[in-house]
Design a binder for this molecule. Structure first.
Ligand code: FEH
Ligand code: ZN
Ligand code: ZN
Length: 355
């Protein structure tokens, strides 16, 4: 790429629309690395960022959006580590301090230095207060945040860094290993949920039961290997419980996180089961004893995933065990992609490709 200017989809004012604009091409210093972007996924969290009220997020404007990034190493700073120039990579999106106990184990998604606690920090990662990858190029703080992808197609690789990684972290982080014949319920079969179904089928022998509110999502669930899928109806809890032989689900993965999905989760959980809340749908849950939650219930709120888990997700994809349903948009049409996602009119994951 010869020009000193490149394009980026940026948030320039709170509550304003994402705008495609020219920005200076980044120049790496120290251990920084510039990646030429080949694909950038779009996430519902991007909508939360765009729709945030002033002061709602601990981020400073303006910044480039996009936290699901695949591309090729373009230029490295003098102290850069990791993949060489020309290597195809994905970018691990949670950019922590790199020094705390969690960051040192690769769990930068759980960095101890959080911007909501430490006002010196300007963001939580790529496209999240820091310049992200919905652009021609992205400046990555360190090569430790890059994972090689070999010849994996960039449009398939980009969603692995968030949708794939978050789903993998949710599935594998469940406290109880999924024993043979255990039933797992997946609530919401969108960009993350459909990959959770594929990951469950690729890594466990659990019976996978999927629920969504859209007919086309049930078709996707079936294509990903769900043993049973249904629309959300008043009797869904009974239907699902019957499919578990009456005991209920050992694990419920809620990718919606809405009032109705949490209500259904409580109704189908087995005693001693685990509720994994991934989605940010605004639903609330009352935790009280005695209460609606079955005895022994564990609740977890997983967030994104670790670098090591991203390496495993990439390996699953490279061996053909993970195929992402994607809808591709040109970078110049990125604003349209945001509106289609907002309207719930994207099948699988929206991916933006520099045109
Ligand atoms: C990113 C930033 C804030 C909340 C949630 C997210 C997820 O999209 C990351 O998987
Ligand atoms: Zn996301
Ligand atoms: Zn840290």
């Amino acid at each position: 790429m010869s020009t000193a200017r490149t394009r980026a989809v940026r948030l320039t004012r709170w509550g304003g629309p994402p705008v495609l604009t020219d920005v200076p091409r980044p120049v790496p210093t120290g251990e920084e690395v510039v990646v030429r972007v080949e694909a950038a996924g779009l996430c519902r969290s991007d909508l939360h960022v765009v729709d945030a009220a002033p002061g709602g997020l601990p981020y400073r404007l303006p910044f480039t959006l996009g936290h699901e990034i695949a591309g090729r190493v373009l230029e490295r700073g003098p102290r850069a580590v990791g993949p060489a120039v020309g290597e195809r990579v994905v970018v691990y999106g949670p950019w922590g301090c790199g020094r705390c106990a969690n960051c040192r184990t690769g769990a930068e998604n759980y960095c101890d230095r959080r911007p909501d606690l430490d006002r010196e920090l300007t963001g939580t990662g790529a496209g999240l207060g820091r310049d992200g990858g919905m652009a021609d190029t992205v400046l990555v703080p360190s090569g430790r945040l890059l994972v090689p992808v070999g010849d994996l197609d960039a449009v398939q690789a980009a969603p692995l860094t968030d949708a794939g990684l978050t789903a993998y972290h949710a599935v594998t982080g469940a406290g109880r290993p999924l024993a043979d014949g255990a039933s797992v319920v997946v609530l919401g079969v969108g960009g993350l949920g459909h990959l959770a179904v594929r990951i469950l089928r690729a890594t466990t022998t659990a019976q996978v039961l999927a629920v969504d509110v859209r007919e086309e999502a049930l078709v996707l669930a079936h294509a990903c290997g769900a043993h049973f899928s249904t629309l959300l109806r008043p009797d869904t809890a009974q239907v699902l419980r019957a499919r578990t032989g009456g005991a209920g689900a050992v694990t419920v993965l809620d990718f919606a996180g809405s009032r109705s999905s949490l209500e259904l989760a409580v109704a189908v959980l087995r005693s001693g089961g685990e509720l994994v809340v991934v989605g940010s749908g605004g639903g609330e849950l009352t935790v009280r004893k005695p209460g609606a939650l079955p005895p022994g219930t564990r609740i977890s709120l997983p967030f994104w995933g670790t670098v090591t888990e991203l390496e495993r997700v990439v390996a699953l994809a490279r061996e053909g065990a993970l195929h992402v349903a994607v809808e591709q948009f040109a970078l110049s049409s990125a604003p349209e992609a945001f509106e289609r996602l907002r309207a719930g009119a994207v099948r699988g994951r929206a991916v933006v490709v520099p045109d």
